[in-house]
Design a protein around this ligand. Structure first.
Ligand code: 3PG
Length: 306
């Protein structure tokens, strides 16, 4: 059994050590491809492996075609919009994710970004506090729930929108359920986005929603850049000089937006949300265990393709 870890953005070394242990103790061989810059390197490395562990690395039909022995792909993380699920199914490859394993790291970054934006990038001018402010969480999945937990410590008034989550689950977490996206944006000074990128969500957050935010509104996106309608974002930032946008997933037009809106916007240079040793260890080792379980027993509890 050969397991390839292919990560353009590598895991912390301590996570790789733990993954190696899980893989080698099961009698499998680990192949490591880190910081690769061209797709050919991935195609070559994947040619004879049984399993592939990735992060945001793209696994498309060409990769699946090249990986003749591939049986399972585990995305060490939550979002799997980087994997062509239909092509994987067509090649009889099981695709899995590791839900929840990196969600605290992402949630902590939300507050790192929020405080930085509220304190005017620490530029010495007078800023604002999070205490007693309204926070709207868009999707109450694993990250959204961690955001709500941390927000309690900041004494924020938290509400959330999630058509897939029963009201009582939110209420039990001290969160007020909201039932329309318009209400979420209209009523919350800080909105934090935690929806996946799907055909339905792509480009779904645009001018109308962003411009409807209360005075001094702050939009935080640690999800995917694709969920934002960038034209609408720019128009809203242009018209509403009081609104700020911070994202862990820089927009396609990041340079232009930074140029136009200065310190009212902030983008991490690389997706940093899950980039902690703890998240790397949790998601990486879970991925290694899932790979071994699948290859040895067929266990596929976290399968995301049909
Ligand atoms: C996820 O979907 O789990 C996060 O966006 C983290 O992605 P990364 O592993 O590429 O940092």
């Amino acid at each position: 059994m050969k397991v390839l870890i292919a990560t353009e953005k590598p895991f912390a070394a301590v996570a790789v050590d733990g993954m190696r242990k899980v893989i080698e103790e099961a009698g499998a061989e680990l192949v490591l491809l880190e910081k690769y810059t061209d797709k050919q390197a991935l195609l070559d490395a994947a040619a004879d492996v049984d399993a592939l562990i990735i992060r945001s690395d793209k696994v498309d039909a060409e990769v699946l075609e090249a990986a003749k022995n591939l049986k399972v792909v585990v995305r060490a993380g939550a979002g799997y919009d980087n994997v062509d699920l239909a092509a994987a199914t067509a090649h009889n490859v099981c695709v899995q994710n590791t839900p929840g394993q990196n969600s605290n790291a992402v949630a902590e970054l939300v507050f790192g970004l929020a405080v930085m934006m509220c304190r005017n990038m620490y530029n010495g001018t007078s800023g604002t506090e999070l205490k007693d402010k309204t926070l709207g969480i868009q999707a109450f999945g694993q990250v959204g729930r961690n955001v709500a937990r941390i927000a309690r410590g900041f004494e924020m008034n938290v509400s959330a929108l999630d058509p897939y989550c029963p009201d009582n689950v939110m209420e039990d977490a001290g969160v007020s359920p909201v039932h329309s996206v318009e209400q979420l944006y209209r009523e919350n000074k800080v909105v934090s986005i935690h929806i996946p990128a799907t055909p339905e969500t792509k480009g779904s957050i645009g001018y109308d929603l962003i411009a409807s935010m209360p005075k001094g509104g702050l939009l935080i996106n640690t999800a995917r850049k694709e969920v934002i309608d960038e034209e609408g974002l720019i128009k809203a930032l242009d018209e509403r000089q009081d609104i700020k946008y911070a994202a862990d997933v820089a927009p396609a037009r990041a340079e232009e937006i930074k140029e136009r809106f200065g310190d009212r916007v902030f983008f991490t240079p690389k997706k940093m949300g899950a980039q902690t040793s703890e998240a790397n260890i949790n998601a990486g080792i879970a991925a290694a265990r899932q790979v071994i379980a699948f290859l040895t027993t067929g266990e596929d509890r976290f399968r995301v393709n049909k």
